[in-house]
Design a protein around this ligand. Sequence first.
Ligand SMILES: [Zn+2]
Length: 416
Amino acid sequence: MTPETLFYILIGIIVLNFIVDQILDALNAKHYNDQLPAVLQDVYDDEEYQRSQAYKKTRYKFGILSSTFSLLITLAFFFLDGFAIVDEFARNISNNPILIALIFFGSIMLASDILTTPFSYYSTFVIEEKFGFNKTTKKTFFLDKLKGWLMGAILGGGILALIIWFYQLTGENFWIFAWILVAVFSLFLNMFYSKLIVPLFNKQTPLEEGSLRNKIEEYAKNVGFTLDNIFIIDGSKRSTKANAYFSGFGKEKRITLFDTLVNDLEEDEIVAVLAHEVGHYKKKHIIFNLTASIITTGFTLWLLSLFVGNPLLSEALGVNQPSFHIGLIAFGILYTPISEITGLLMNLLSRKFEYQADRYAQKTWNAADLVSSLKKLSSKSLSNLTPHKAYVFFHFSHPTLLQRIQHLKASEKNSF
Ligand SMILES: [Zn+2]
């Protein structure tokens, strides 16, 4: 294969990916005005429904604009030998391959972040603001950016430096060591995410004594779940949208509730949401997801080890001197179709897990509270009640609200 052929294959992958996404978005948008199913009629009142329709349309148009912009910038970068220019820039600063790679990725990521900042600024302060979601101040917005860059530089830079170091020491076998490193790191991160990373961005306070805490503790005791850590996070610092999540395992496991969730839902509904999260834990979904992601990482790194030393990758990107970082870029793009497929499978599985967690909440608490909490959360976030099947298949990590309600109803019938 000539470098030129490979160059056009890379471009082809990027463009195809864009087109598929646009088709899915357009299909989805065509069904915004579909008739609401009977069980979802009570999610919105008329006025709120109008607002949700307007929100979806605004988001859709904005999505077209920002993804087209990204595509054009990416293509320009490829056709104007951007990688060669940045590679040379890094080589003028240092002779050390690790430093060169760090400068190379650092510059590209910083530049791309700066270029897309106007879009995220508009999204937060114009669109989300207009629909009443935004609570972020400009100070928080820019501080978040700075913290994100710093964290990316330290964590991402550290891991990249170590991986290249392994590559220098062990050649093709670097992937085994890189795999161990990434696996240990992701276990560590999962375990201490709430203690180490979240505090950089949010305040977390233990759920105070009172009827909600009593209810939750009683529920946890009933299902034999040791739960010492229930935290409220100040999600309202950025947005009115509500959420709850589970993190860590063993002694470190904890449930985090957004303050917005606690404000929007009744106590029994909050227990239902929590019961769903406990379901994920009890059904071992968290361990399973971690294992799956570690296996995928190993496979990806192994594939990378087969390709990364091939000078064809660098030549395709117009760079004469082969290097790990240029190989990594080309490989990253070649890998997109595979990562699309693994992403698809993970979504498929994740939707299955959601049903299981819903079922667990139904069995150990009740379905009615879960359904009304899901409806409230959908309505508060002006979410789309009529997504297109194909869109759900490709993008949704959760079943649609309708599917979840139908599933709960079906399993209710079966249990009698
Ligand atoms: Zn879930």
